[in-house]
Design a binder for this molecule. Structure first.
Ligand code: GLU
Length: 473
């Protein structure tokens, strides 16, 4: 890894890697190869905005080619810089390995604030960025597959696909060149909510272990636990809604760009979202108090804190003020390495980004598989299963002489739709990965945090891929 800014994001990732690496049992040379960013493409391109020409700074970093394609989102933010994209690309490699998504890690970034541009200007920038990637062979279903990240969404992904097809129209698998696309543009049901839903499954899993919860002074289970959320974007919003509706969690504080709100009796996230849409702000939400400073949301007394905005939010400056017992890193890198040392001493459970927010890339993988198979999930078996369940229920009815209600019958005899399969695949993935991380944590006496345990899980898998090549001992 290149020299990094002291106290910066890349340095934090590097420190975390170094802390965990000795517990992986891998050779030093192999660890150095895994840690390094393989390809860094820095570009500058001109775009005509109004009557002026702007030179846009952008990146695509492929961190690891141990598996192909490489995979990771594209971020649009004024703060984008090479180190940030390198750190994010590294996290993607470990993230994919943890959840058994067979890709290397990558990330892209365009140094613009989307708020400063019109939709057609954003389209121009996105298409030009994609053209640069095509030119340098940095995109393709078997090469490198972007997805949404901070500041981008399905709209940008549709533009990327359309640009790709313009140049590579004859490629049969072209739709797999990008994920997170709109459902009617070769996307998949359930991708939008996937990261947030994965965060929910991960927290639910972490909270299901009686002894782990007892160590935090908490009861097992999610019902009634309090939560504070930083960021009501795609990740924070869905994590909040699903935790509330499916887990019975009480959300007591939410922060966004314009400020933060607090209500000890709970905030309905869907209503808060509507309120923001109507008024342009989460502030002055009926029943809730406005907080003086939005960053104070990180210091709210609650069971679970979900930082779902950007990196570097909990630092050595405010770590000591955190009162939450569990931090679920829905964003990438919200807790710095310095801050984590303080939090661990306080006994806080930090569920690391590379596991807890892996739901997005997991469902991206499902979307990519759907694109390569050229068929939606469930098409072949849905009716077959539904008919089989119906026969079964009707046989039982005949044999017992009793019948069940129409609603109950529909529920019991339903075949799985695409969204059901996506959710079930995601749930299975998050549970299995947590189990692996927890086993590392419990069995290896030298590991005393979940992040190191997650790193070890990733390093062992990546290491065995390299070992099978015979390059390293
Ligand atoms: N940007 C998301 C992440 O950080 C999703 C990446 C993807 O789906 O490739 O994990």
């Amino acid at each position: 890894m290149s020299k990094s800014v002291h106290g910066g994001f890349l340095e934090s990732v590097s420190r975390n890697f170094d802390k965990a690496a000795p517990h992986s049992g891998l050779h030093k040379g192999l660890l150095a190869q895994i840690k390094a960013c393989n390809s860094v493409y820095q570009m500058r391109f001109p775009v005509k905005i109004g009557s002026e020409y702007q030179v846009i700074e952008a990146y695509r970093v492929q961190h690891s080619h141990h598996r192909l394609p490489t995979k990771g989102g594209i971020r649009y933010s004024q703060k984008v810089n090479q180190e940030e994209v390198m750190a994010l690309a590294s996290l993607m490699t470990y993230k994919c390995a943890i959840v058994d998504v067979p890709f290397g890690g990558a990330k892209g970034g365009v140094a613009i604030s989307p708020r400063d541009y019109t939709v057609s200007q954003l389209q121009k920038i996105t298409r030009r960025y994609t053209t640069e990637l095509i030119r340098k062979n940095f995109i393709g279903p078997g090469i490198d597959v972007p997805a949404p990240d901070y500041g981008t969404g399905s709209r940008e992904m549709a533009w990327i696909l359309d640009t790709y097809i313009t140049f590579k129209g004859g490629e049969i698998d072209a739709a797999g060149c990008v994920t997170g696309k709109p459902v009617n543009q070769n996307g998949i049901q359930g991708r939008t909510e996937a990261t947030g839903r994965g965060v929910y499954y991960g927290i639910r899993e972490a909270c299901s272990h009686k002894d782990d919860m007892a160590a935090l002074g908490l009861k097992p289970g999610l019902e009634g636990k309090t939560m504070a959320i930083q960021g009501l974007g795609n990740v924070g919003y869905h994590a909040g809604v699903i935790s509330q509706e499916e887990g019975g969690v009480k959300i007591i504080a939410v922060a966004e760009y314009e400020g933060a709100v607090y209500n000890k009796d709970g905030i309905d996230i869907k209503k808060l979202f509507k309120h923001r849409k109507k008024t342009g702000s989460i502030l002055d939400f009926p029943g809730a108090k406005n907080m003086k400073q939005r960053k104070r949301v990180l210091e709210v007394d609650c069971d679970i804190l979900v930082p779902a905005a950007l990196e570097g939010q909990i630092t050595k400056v405010n770590a000591d003020k955190v009162k939450a017992k569990i931090i679920a890193e829905a964003a990438n890198g919200p807790v710095t390495a310095d801050a984590e040392e303080i939090l661990l001493k306080k006994g806080v459970m930090v569920i690391p980004d590379m596991y807890i927010n892996a739901g997005g890339v997991t469902v991206s993988y499902f979307e990519w598989l759907k694109n390569l198979s050229h068929m939606r999930f469930g098409r072949m078996e849905k009716r077959f299963n539904a008919n089989k369940y119906r026969n079964l229920v009707e046989t039982v009815e005949r044999m017992t002489g009793k019948t069940i209600g129409a609603k109950e019958k529909d529920f019991l005899t339903k075949g799985a739709d695409e969204v059901d399969l996506v959710r079930s695949g995601l749930e299975e993935t998050m549970i299995t990965a947590y189990d692996q991380i927890r086993t590392n944590f419990k069995r290896n006496k030298g590991i005393n945090d979940l992040r190191s345990a997650a790193f070890v899980s990733a390093l062992k898998k990546i290491g065995s891929d390299y070992e099978s090549l015979g390059i390293f001992p």
